[in-house]
Design a protein around this ligand. Sequence first.
Ligand code: ATP
Length: 219
Amino acid sequence: MDKEYVVIGLGRFGGSIVRELNALDMDVMAIDSDENRVNEYSDIATHAVVADTTDEAVMKSLGIRNFDHVIVAIGENIQASTLTTLILKELGVKKVTAKAQNDYHAKILNKIGADTVVHPERDMGRRIAHNVASGTVLDYLELSDEHSIIEMRVMEKLAGRSLVELDIRANYGINIIAIKRGKEIIVAPDPDMVLEFDDILIMIGHDNDLTRYEKKMAH
Ligand code: ATP
């Protein structure tokens, strides 16, 4: 049987999750306390329900614990977001992903048992900052507080040189895990591989090392 999802809070973030899950043919229940928002999703979600998710009795009556994964996309109202998350975990929902508004909010969500905490605005802000600052960083994915994966375009400076020659691992402690060349992806590239202009390096490392390398590439 397909997995069943619930999205609570139909702002831009929650709404876009409902749309994408629907496009992927997944069953999704969309919940919001605002009737107008719920009406917008009545044709997109499998079920669209008006409910205040801080009311435990209402959550029980919706059979929320039978769903595989609940996404709490309430951001602005931190009290509603944390109380909703708490109720979901108390009712035994296995997987809860919650959106945090700021670092304090994230801390609380983690403490009360959210399985995954996401910071879409902060993360997108960071990605864009890296992208505009270096001009060569195409994408940036945070793995933990200290480690990330970045995608970096090979410019003139690196083209024609081999991985051994650059020795990014010894010089920066960064590992190149794959190289994208056109449509091809070369996983665990050979150290003798010579880089071409417009190749994309997929690199993993400590944030401090990645930043050091990005700065070097920007000059
Ligand atoms: P976004 O940044 O994703 O556009 P937003 O700014 O529109 O979100 P948020 O405050 O993050 O709004 O809340 C998202 C939705 O959560 C709103 O539509 C709001 O009605 C809903 N919401 C807030 N509290 C509750 C609650 N207790 N129960 C159900 N839905 C709620």
